[in-house]
Design a protein around this ligand. Structure first.
Ligand SMILES: Nc1nc2c(ncn2[C@@H]2O[C@H](COP(=O)(O)OP(=O)(O)O)[C@@H](O)[C@H]2O)c(=O)[nH]1
Ligand SMILES: [Mg+2]
Length: 258
């Protein structure tokens, strides 16, 4: 690309979409949205859209989210991955950030993560919650389960991350446009990391894990087992993970048209 065109492209306002899946998060959604440092993101030259993908909550999640200025989309079909597929398809942003609706992720650090994505031309960043955990934020069972899943991911795919189940990602729309996400449930979190770290420019950065507000939707044993089985099963699906022009999953280098 011509250097001048590159400069003009860099100066254009980029939209940041912040996507939050919710299922009965009335207690946490307000704090989740107010923790997003909107002014700082705007000062970086970005517009912001906040999209809440609600899974038919029976509490006031939707009303609170609307009051907080978010756009609320309904996805009545169950599943964390299903909610993300709908939310990501609706996002207008060039850069997409994901958060849970329970105020557990360090939303205050979004500007620095966006800067890193831009400065180092990264496609996908995932945030390691274990680098700093608030007291009571994570149980021993979860910590051990997550470690086991992260080790399995390393063993099966040679992808090394410290927190394979983190749901805070900062990524480019151009990355999402090139991939096929297949899981409709919790395993989508490990799936997106496998694709990003195997085939794209990806980083895991330190974050923080705050104590959850509201009731967890993740059931330790059921979802732990589901996530482990999916890691094995996904070996058959990985060949469908990337859309053309990448013809072979074994092609490590992704070529970008500029
Ligand atoms: N729309 C939608 N959101 C969901 C569903 N299951 C979980 N969530 C949301 O996804 C986020 C992650 O779930 P959470 O219980 O916090 O899992 P954990 O952070 O892994 O313990 C939360 O904001 C949930 O409300 C679902 O079936 N549909
Ligand atoms: Mg959570």
């Amino acid at each position: 690309m011509h250097p001048l065109l590159f400069l003009i492209k860099g100066l254009q306002t980029k939209v940041i979409s912040i996507i939050i899946p919710t299922l009965n998060e009335e207690a946490g959604i307000q704090q989740t949205i107010s923790a997003i440092p909107k002014e700082k993101i705007r000062k970086l030259g970005h517009e912001i859209e906040i999209i809440v993908i609600d899974g038919n909550s029976t509490d006031l999640t939707r009303d609170v989210a609307i009051q907080m200025g978010a756009k609320v989309l309904d996805e009545k079909r169950r599943g964390y991955g299903r909610a993300y597929k709908t939310g990501l398809a609706a996002a207008k942003g060039d850069i997409i950030v994901t958060l849970d609706g329970d105020n557990t992720y360090p939303a205050e650090r979004i500007p620095e993560y966006i800067q890193k994505l831009n400065d180092e031309d990264i496609d996908f960043i995932t945030i390691n919650r274990f680098s700093e955990t608030e007291k009571g934020a994570i149980s021993y069972m979860h910590r051990i389960g997550n470690k086991g899943l992260s080790l399995s991911m390393c063993f099966l795919y040679s992808v090394t991350v410290k927190d394979s189940q983190s749901g805070m990602w900062i990524m480019r729309k151009s990355f999402l446009d090139r991939i096929n996400l297949q899981s409709d449930d919790m395993p989508m979190s490990e799936e997106i990391k496998i694709i990003a770290f195997k085939f794209f420019r990806a980083l895991e950065l330190d974050g923080k894990y705050y104590r959850r507000i509201g009731t967890p939707k993740l059931e330790t044993i059921r979802h732990g087992w589901m996530n482990l089985k999916y890691l094995f099963y996904y070996r058959k699906l990985i060949e469908f993970s990337i859309k053309s022009p990448v013809s072979s999953i074994y092609q490590k280098e992704i070529h970008y048209e500029n």
